[in-house]
Design a protein around this ligand. Structure first.
Ligand code: HEC
Length: 144
C-alpha cells in the first residue's frame, strides 16, 4: 500500500517537473514545444482547481494565468515552426502541411485568452470550458 502511494507521489512529481517527465525526448526543438504545452496545462490546472474550490479564488491569480495562456498561445506557432521529429512526439505531420491553419488554432486560443475576463468565481467554469474546447480543437486535428 505504502509503496504504491510513494510510487504515485514520485510519478506526480515527475509530471509536475515537466522537463523530467520528458527525459526520453532527444530533440531540443520537440522538447521546447512540449514544454510550451506543459506550461499551458499548468495554467489550466490552476484555473480548474480554483473553479472547483480546491484552491481559493483570487481574481489576480486567475487573470495572470489567463494572460500566461495568451502569451503561450502567441508563442505556439514559432515553437512548432521547425518540423522537428522525435519518437516521443505526438505532433502529426499535418501541422507542416497546413501550417497557417495550425497557426490559426493557436491564434484562436490567444484571442480567447485576451477576451475572457475573470472577475468572480462564477466566471471560472465557463472560461475553463471555453479554453479547454480551444485546446481540444487543435489537439483533435494535430496531435496523435
Ligand atoms: C495550435 C495547436 C494547439 C493548441 C491551441 C494547443 N495545443 Fe497542446 N499540443 C499541440 C500539439 C501539436 C501537441 C503535440 C506536441 C508534440 O508531442 O510534439 C500538443 C501537446 C500537448 C500536451 C502534451 C505535452 C507533452 O507532455 O508532451 C499537453 C499537456 C497540451 N498539449 C496541453 C494543451 C492545453 C492545456 C492547451 C490549451 C490551453 C493546448 N495544449 C493548446 C497543439 C496545440
Amino acid at each position: 500500500m505504502l509503496s504504491k502511494a510513494v510510487t504515485r507521489g514520485v510519478f506526480i512529481a515527475l509530471i509536475a517537473g515537466g522537463a523530467l517527465a520528458h527525459s526520453g525526448v532527444m530533440d531540443a526543438t520537440v522538447m521546447a514545444r512540449m514544454e510550451t504545452m506543459v506550461a499551458m496545462q499548468k495554467q489550466m490546472k490552476l484555473l480548474g482547481q480554483m473553479s472547483k474550490g480546491v484552491t481559493q479564488f483570487d481574481p489576480d491569480t486567475a487573470q495572470t494565468a489567463l494572460e500566461r495562456i495568451e502569451t503561450l498561445a502567441n508563442e505556439t506557432p514559432e515553437t512548432f515552426e521547425v518540423p522537428a521529429e522525435d519518437p516521443m512526439s505526438e505532433a502529426r505531420p499535418l501541422i507542416w502541411d497546413e501550417f497557417s491553419a495550425f497557426s490559426q488554432e493557436a491564434e484562436a486560443l490567444e484571442t480567447l485568452g485576451a477576451t475572457l475576463v475573470i472577475e468572480s468565481k462564477a466566471d471560472l467554469a465557463p472560461a475553463v470550458r471555453q479554453l479547454g474546447q480551444t485546446c481540444k480543437s487543435c489537439h483533435s486535428k494535430y496531435r496523435e
